[in-house]
Design a protein around this ligand. Sequence first.
Ligand SMILES: [Zn+2]
Length: 455
Amino acid sequence: MQSDFVLRGGTVVDADRDGERLDLLIQNGKIAALLAPGTPVAEGVAEVAIDGLHVFPGLIDAHVHFGFGEKITEYETETIYAAQGGFTTILGYFLNNEAYTEVYEREQNYARTRAYVDYGFHFSVANEQHVEQMKEYVQRYGVTSFKYFMNFRGEEGRYLGLDGTDDGYFHDMLAESARIGGVKIVCHTENIEIVNRLRRKIQAQNGSTLKDWAATKPPFTEAESCVRAMLFAEHLGAQIYIPHLSTRMALDEVRRWRGRYDAVHVETCPHYLTHTEDSDLGSVGKANPPFRSADDVEAMWEGLRDGSIDVVASDHVPRKLATKQRPLWLASQGFPGTATILPVLLSEGYHKGRLSLRRIAEVLTRAPARIFDLSPTKGAIAVGADADFTVVDIDKERVVKAEELGSYSDYSLYDGWKLKGWPVRTIVRGTTVMQDGKITGQAGFGEYIARKTSV
Ligand SMILES: [Zn+2]
């Protein structure tokens, strides 16, 4: 089914190239050669012309949530949605109280026959059994990253059936991750004890706006928690990853700390680059962390530019709009986001002079590939890597319409926004799975990626 071909006429962009004219030879789903434009290839090799377009390594969304939509079919809908956005690999989080041995088998049974793009899993550690079995998860399932919610104390995680944990648990879990070696602990950083008191106060005053929501979780509650995560990590020799960073205060702490201990990686999300607490979206704009100030938005762009933020990922949650259209305190949190990441970064970043194409490629491909053990197969345009490509028309303007993107969710934060710079073709291991907005791949083509720790 996979035939060899040469991609001709494109401009290659990756973490080392801001745009270089190269032809790419693909054999058996792998990159076989990077060729000077026009280099002849063996007879019988198909020619695919992409003149005027840019070619990125297949994009990686390192922060997607599974289990919030229609459980079984979401592997189909959400990987179609990923393909529409130019994403060739997604890493999804699970958050369960049961052993992940059961979760893994069940979810794989859903995913295996349904995924359109490649996928991997992160597990959230929430009880003693998860810590005891962490090494087994690494060895048996190739899961090398684990999430810990620093805010799930007391009753905070009860809505998910989780008991609270404490700093002693965090300490032992990080120590175990360091013993195993190479494992990344993804730390949701939030000082919930301060948040809880503020929330009670603001609810008592009938707060109901996004600004009120943001006021329950001020920047200090993120920054303080980041500092503690970094101090714990340094003390125990653990590697941590801070997802969805949203404030200048926390980013400044990370910058300071990295001079002292550098096994700290940082991610932000598209909405922290485009939306503020003054947004008129109401409860539709409810997320955790909340939308922040205009200065925080500017800080996120600065962090991406200077390299203090490593990764942009969506925090994609495929729920229906109806779960958002409730009073603020009852509305669900988070939004769908994978398919609009690239247009947002090109439109608001590249075209506004804030980010180079090279940096966009780095934060969406090489950085997540290296941090989450997908390299060298994924995340680069290099001989021997998987032939995963995102072919992009950087000048194409298109108005976002959620219904065209294929997610189970039925809205986008960017509905009605005209964005400039869109993926026009998504190639996974040499097979085109999306072209000009049409899905050309097949359910079950996407493969599970068992990762190996790079110790
Ligand atoms: Zn998340």
